[in-house]
Design a protein around this ligand. Structure first.
Ligand code: NAD
Ligand code: FE2
Length: 389
């Protein structure tokens, strides 16, 4: 029995880390970066936090800032054209999961023969090659994309969020600076924070869980669970922001070496069809899916409850797991997570798409890693449950 464990070759974590970006590039001998980011990062001046230290070190970076939330195959193709038009030696994904995933997908598509499409790399295909190395600089706490071997790209012809996995998507280095998250609005803090908590929990209960990934998942839950409400209520709280940011990266390493499961499998179709932010669609599903899965991995859910600080070491598994479920419901209430209906999704469109969404969830492969594996009609029932809130 062997276990393979992957993570970036270099992780720099801590306040002010982005100021050392040139140093990190220099260690690898890079001097011609293309910074991949989103329009808000440019208009708000935030991208300067990456560009200024590079300029100070005599490095002029190119900037591709046309990324969109839930990046699409068409944006990746435009990114590859920009990448090939310059003489770049690395990509810096600067922003939330969307810009980082864009940079990773650009590297993968850029290494493929002319005419290749992003969907050629959808799981179960392996995307192991990258045209350029990627350095991830997250500004949300968050997806953990800076440390995962995944990128999630929308197929615009099929309205499908595709999971793409392989070493081509694994960043060479990550620069993780919680000070970049002080500007996050409360809503995005909540959504991205629940995403990272879901990564840690799903990695821990997954059928693909293993000793190594477990350590990261448990550490992530210990950091995220007691700090998420504080980061939401007090945006300038450095202790909470630092814990959330480190927790998000550790959760990324955890699920990159285990897997996500049913929540993520069901969440991607909601994002693709109704443009609900990724963390928010996870949050809408997390209590119902956990309730459905609980008895199939009771000791695991109980241990997660203890790591999150909502159950004591002395408490039995049944009681601890029940506390976990209650905590996930309370968290949604405290972080003002809307139901799909309250979010504004049209009920007729929702009901009509449920069978397709269930098929797409199953096709992504993630539900097969869940402790309890549902059939398509059970997934439809779970979507209905989440609708009711
Ligand atoms: N690759 C992976 O392993 C992985 C894991 C989970 C999710 N994802 C993907 O990541 C994407 C979601 O990423 P996300 O949740 O980080 O959101 P995002 O990157 O889409 O950003 C959401 C919004 O937050 C803004 N923002 C980002 N940082 C900010 C800051 N510091 N201050 C103020 N505003 C800021 C952005 O400009 C944007 O408007 C989805 O496409 C999801 O599928 C990927
Ligand atoms: Fe996620």
């Amino acid at each position: 029995m062997t276990t393979t464990f992957v993570s970036p070759r270099l992780l720099m974590i801590g306040g002010g880390a982005v100021g050392k970006l040139a140093e990190v590039l220099g260690q690898f001998g890079f001097s011609k970066p293309l910074v991949v980011t989103d329009p808000w990062m440019v208009s708000s001046g935030t991208v300067e936090k990456a560009l200024a230290p590079l300029r100070a070190a005599g490095i002029t970076a190119g900037v591709f800032s046309d990324t969109v939330p839930d990046p699409t195959d068409t944006v990746i193709e435009a990114g590859v054209a920009a990448m090939k038009a310059g003489d770049y030696d690395c990509l810096v994904g600067f922003g939330g999961g969307s810009p980082m995933d864009t940079a990773k997908a650009m590297a993968i598509l850029g290494a493929a023969p002319a005419g290749a499409k992003m969907r050629d790399f959808k799981v179960p295909a392996q995307a192991n090659r990258g045209a350029l190395p990627v350095i991830g600089v997250p500004t949300t706490a968050g997806t953990g994309s800076e440390a995962t071997r995944f990128t999630v790209i929308t197929d615009t012809e099929r309205d499908e969020k595709m999971l793409i996995a392989g070493l081509g998507a694994l960043p060479l280095a990550a620069v993780v600076d919680y000070e970049l998250t002080f500007s996050l609005p409360a809503r995005i803090t909540a959504d991205t924070g629940i995403d990272s908590l879901t990564h840690a929990l799903e990695a821990f209960v997954s059928k693909r869980a293993n000793d190594e990934a477990d350590e990261y998942a448990l550490r992530a839950m210990r950091l995220i669970a007691p700090n998420l409400r504080t980061a939401y209520a007090e945006p300038s709280n450095g202790i909470a922001r630092a814990a959330m940011m480190k927790g998000a990266t550790l959760a990324g390493i955890a699920f990159s070496n285990s897997s996500v499961a049913l929540v993520h499998g069901m969440s991607r179709p909601i994002g693709a069809h109704f443009h609900v932010p990724h963390g928010l669609s996870n949050a809408m599903l997390l209590p119902a899916v956990t309730e459905y899965s609980l008895n199939a991995a009771l000791p695991r859910y109980a241990e997660a409850a203890r790591a999150m600080g909502v159950a004591t070491a002395a408490e039995g598994d049944q009681s601890a797991a029940a506390r976990l479920l209650q905590e996930l419901r309370d968290l949604n209430r405290d972080l003002a997570v809307p139901t799909p209906a309250a979010y504004g999704i049209d009920p007729a469109a929702w009901n009509a798409l449920l069978p397709t969404m269930a098929e797409q969830a199953l096709a992504s492969g993630s539900p097969a890693n869940n402790p309890a594996v549902p059939a398509a009609e059970e997934i439809v029932a779970l979507y209905r449950r989440a609708w009711a809130g």
